[in-house]
Design a protein around this ligand. Structure first.
Ligand code: NAP
Length: 491
């Protein structure tokens, strides 16, 4: 089940949000501690207008809440929730045995969730905490802990599985950006529910995802651990990437029990070690497209020559690396221009540049590379049999195709541009590999100068289509994918 947590500061706003949440969630949590000057009438009114089952929570400050009254008042509020017909009531284990027992003994028709929150870490003794909560005789155990690494999510899934084996209802969540994947996968592992927020900006805990996305993009309430295929994007940062929307909507369109997540990875080796048994494949982005190769069992030949991998597939226990960027870039360029014999100036010498440069040379283009770190640019030029130049030495009159393969201009730094607009001539085709935003400052300047422009979005669509086919072994409906990219990524 998906539970929408509502954290509004007055009764009418709570009711308004509650009615909006109805279509996006199976349950609603009302955070009473957010309501300023809360009175018992507010509680009666909110419960009487519930559109679906409610969890009533009045979180105290030392567990991340906002309630500032006395414990006596909080207990009174919680008891009233039972009297007014709350379906579920949340009480923290740290409230003490007396309070927890009193609520459990007097729960009437309400179900009692005994919760534990840790905003710093997932503690080593989480199993003991779980046992302590279980011993209270509550209906549902809840553990919400900050993830400091992706493997923390796996520890939370183990706890959920253990509770499930013991026939105990549990809500297990990791908080924070690194815990996001637990909010999507926990119900598949057996968590009683997952929490989401109504809208971005209305989160009641760090890392909460909107219920809309949980339900309609990730399909968190439909994923079945039996046969579930888990894919994702490995990188740092990943929060600005929108590829997950497209991949998830492709899975949905194809009615697949599959999900695509964002993996914010600090330690690549550790990720591969811990997640290779969990994932069926993943995309790779900055800064890992080259580093990933040493952890793979095989690298496909084009990716090997390029020296960068953006797609990894688990096949018969082996991790195999591919590069779909170079084909995506070539396809996107060829929609607007021929490449053979034309002079292409490429800015950048990272993973994307390697792939695009390889694509240009493969199509018999004449490639010049410029890069901030000249040693890296020279090395790439020599590997691709291209030319390296310092930016001051470029003769802009002979450039037919200008390619930005650096990350300059990418969100959130969309005000930046890699070159002075004065160098653009209307005869040039200007291709920006950056796809977020889809029309970068460079492309705007190129349009103004009368150039033909190619957005990174077009490269994105073509490379993502290849990824989908490698991941699923199914033919990609490119028209559908394009519509999804234009609707969700090219905003
Ligand atoms: P990368 O491997 O980290 O390489 C980044 C490149 O940008 C390096 O050449 C780096 O120069 C240069 N750079 C970064 N900041 C710079 C700055 N402030 N001034 C000058 N140069 C700077 O990253 P990547 O994977 O190649 O990605 C590069 C871009 O391509 C990203 O914006 C990414 O979104 C885009 N991309 C798009 C697609 C698509 O489908 N459209 C696919 C892949 C990548 P140094 O060598 O000096 O560090």
């Amino acid at each position: 089940m998906i539970c929408c947590s509502i954290a509004a500061n007055e009764r009418e706003k709570v009711i308004e949000d509650m009615l909006r949440a109805k279509s996006k969630a199976d349950l609603i949590e009302i955070r009473l501690d957010y309501i300023s000057e809360l009175n018992l009438d507010d509680i009666r009114e909110i419960i009487s207008r519930k559109p679906c089952p409610l969890i009533m929570t009045c979180r105290k400050k030392d567990e991340g809440g906002k309630f500032s009254g006395t414990e006596e008042r909080r207990l009174e509020i919680l008891k009233k929730c039972i009297e007014f017909g709350a379906d579920y009531l949340d009480i923290e284990l740290s409230s003490g045995k007396e309070i927890v027992s009193e609520l459990i003994e007097n729960k009437d028709n309400s179900r009692i969730i005994v919760s534990y929150h840790n905003f710093d870490l997932l503690p080593e003794n989480i199993d003991n905490i779980y046992a302590e909560i279980k011993a209270t005789g509550c209906d549902i155990v809840k553990a919400a802990c900050m993830a400091n690494s992706l493997p923390d999510n796996l520890r939370m899934f183990e706890l959920i599985k253990k509770a499930k084996n013991e026939d105990i209802n549990i809500i297990g969540i990791c908080m924070g950006e690194k815990g996001e994947i637990s909010r999507i996968l926990n119900t598949a592992y057996g968590s009683y529910l997952t929490f989401g927020c109504l809208d971005k900006g209305k989160e009641s805990a760090p890392g909460q995802i909107s219920c809309e996305f949980l339900k309609h993009i990730y399909r968190a309430d439909k994923l079945n651990l039996d046969g579930l295929k888990i894919y994702g994007l490995v990188g740092k940062p990943v929060s600005e990437s929108k590829g997950y929307i497209v991949h998830n909507l492709m899975f949905k369109e194809n009615d697949m029990n599959a999900v695509y997540l964002n993996f914010l990875v600090d330690d690549l080796k550790n990720f591969v070690d811990k997640f290779r048994d969990i994932v069926s494949g993943f995309s790779v982005t900055m800064p890992y497209k080259q580093d990933i190769m040493e952890y793979l069992d095989e690298v496909e030949s084009n990716a090997g020559i390029i020296g960068a991998v953006n797609t990894v597939v688990l096949s018969e226990g082996k991790l195999i690396g591919y590069n779909t960027d170079y084909l995506g870039a070539v396809d996107a360029l060829e929609e607007e221009t021929g490449i053979e014999g034309r002079k292409a100036l490429m800015l950048g010498a990272g993973g994307a540049a390697r792939a695009i440069g390889y694509g240009i040379m493969n199509k018999n283009g004449r490639l010049i590379i410029v890069n901030r770190t000249s040693a890296k640019g020279e090395k790439l030029a020599s590997e691709l049999s291209a030319q390296y130049k310092n930016i001051e030495d470029v003769d802009w009159n002979e450039v037919n195709i200008l390619i930005n393969a650096t990350s300059i201009g990418m969100m959130p730094d969309s005000n930046e541009t890699p070159i002075d607009a004065g160098n653009l001539r209307k005869e040039m085709v200007v291709f920006d590999s950056v796809y977020n935003p889809p029309v970068t400052k460079l492309l705007k300047a190129a349009e103004q100068a009368g150039c033909i422009t190619v957005s990174g979005i077009n490269m994105f669509i073509n490379q993502a289509a290849r990824q989908f086919e490698l991941f699923t072994k199914k033919k990609c409906d490119k028209e559908f994918m394009k519509r999804m990219v234009l609707e969700y990524v090219a905003q």
